[in-house]
Design a protein around this ligand. Structure first.
Ligand SMILES: [Zn+2]
Length: 379
């Protein structure tokens, strides 16, 4: 372009601008932009959120939120401020070329959504009880539809003095390996969240016992006796949805005595079937008082043909303590029992070769190592 022509073009542009300005003044646009704002009511603190803006004409947008203003000239624009904690005003202004302004005020609540960290304690061997503690941050953040699944089974989540917790026990008849678990919940932003965890465990390394129980003692095992016991025990199950009834640590049912024998494999007669011993045997004289390992409700208190004098305590959360071969029973089904209260006396009733207490701790009916509960509020 020659210098002359450039100059002419410049003059033409000036003329056009002048005309345009004059027309603008004459047809002066008095209508403010028709502003449309789409913004979330809640957003995650520290993350950006989208404020979608549009108008029926190009506009200069100003989005002011939590002390910061973002601006742009567009027909439609998406601003992305960073969410701040708590209720914050979102102020949107749209200004057209003629200086007309529209504004919209909204409130956006900045939320720190719940995060859940599962922490497994115990469960190191087959038959070992465990608990999954759920550490929630922030502590009071709302959680919806919280579930814990371990090894394909839903576990009921309880709240005790230590927070949210689920209990379980590694199946006794399982090779070394791991149980896979998953926690799911919905956070305050309506998002479905997932955290996986694992419970690795080693092999069972308990001894084998050949008991050579005499035929007279074994004669208590009859199909009728088995059926009767199965019926009575089925009626005495604990509801895993009941909250834990205990506050203090579990204790030995017989003061000052060590116990042994959980998870030993046994034959009761030469060549007989191998079974696992699912409790601890405490050999003490007949008449020794048996105390409640912890607070609970009596679910069953009666004489059974094989287990002998039996007391089953329901501690809540699906946890039961079971006491067999008693010579005397001091409680009744339905009784609320405090830790340390006397349930009965040691005996030699049912399938037993000498005075002893057979003591079990079960989680949802699954045997667990009783000693792993002693002196603890969570196994
Ligand atoms: Zn036993």
């Amino acid at each position: 372009m020659t210098r002359r022509r450039r100059r002419a073009a410049g003059l033409t542009l000036l003329a056009l601008l002048a005309v345009g300005w004059g027309v603008g003044q004459m047809l002066r646009d008095a209508d403010p932009p028709n502003l449309f704002v789409e913004a979330p009511a809640r957003a995650e603190v520290g993350a950006t959120f989208e404020v979608r803006l549009s108008a029926d004409e190009p506009a200069r947008y100003h989005v002011t939120y939590a002390g910061t203003t973002l601006s742009a000239v567009e027909y439609a624009w998406t601003a992305t401020p960073v969410a701040a904690p708590g209720l914050q005003e979102l102020h949107v202004v749209a200004e057209d070329g003629a200086g007309n302004r529209s504004e919209v005020r909204r409130t956006v609540e900045g939320i720190v959504p719940a995060d859940v960290t599962p922490r497994v304690v115990g469960g190191a061997r087959p038959g070992a009880p465990f608990h999954v503690a759920l550490d929630v941050t922030p502590v009071d953040a709302p959680l919806a539809d919280l579930t814990v699944v371990v090894d394909g089974e839903a576990r009921v989540v309880h709240r005790d003095a230590g927070g949210l917790v689920a209990f379980g026990a590694v199946p006794l008849r399982r090779d070394a390996g791991r149980l896979d678990g998953v926690v799911t919940w919905r956070d305050a932003l309506e998002r479905d969240r997932v955290r996986a965890f694992a419970i690795p465990f080693g092999p069972l390394d308990t001894p084998h016992q050949d008991l050579n129980v005499d035929a007279g003692t074994l004669s208590v095992i009859t199909p009728e006796a088995r059926a009767l016991e199965a019926r009575r025990l089925a009626a005495a199950t604990a509801d895993p949805r009941d909250p834990p009834r205990w506050r203090a640590p579990f204790r030995l049912p017989i003061e000052g005595r060590g116990t042994s024998g959980f998870a030993t494999s046994r034959t009761y007669a030469p060549g007989g079937p191998v079974s696992f011993h699912v409790g601890e045997d405490v050999a003490v004289p007949t008449g020794t008082p048996v105390a409640a390992t912890n607070d609970g409700v009596v679910r069953l208190a009666e004489d059974l043909p094989i287990k002998g004098g039996t007391v089953i305590l329901d501690h809540g959360a699906g946890v039961t303590s079971r006491h067999y071969h008693l010579s005397a029973i001091a409680v009744q089904a339905g009784d609320a029992i405090a830790a340390g209260e006397i349930l009965g006396e040691v005996g030699n009733t049912g399938l037993s070769t000498g005075p002893h207490l057979h003591w079990e701790m079960r989680v949802d009916g699954r045997p667990s190592d009783p000693m792993a509960w002693v002196d603890r509020t969570r196994p």
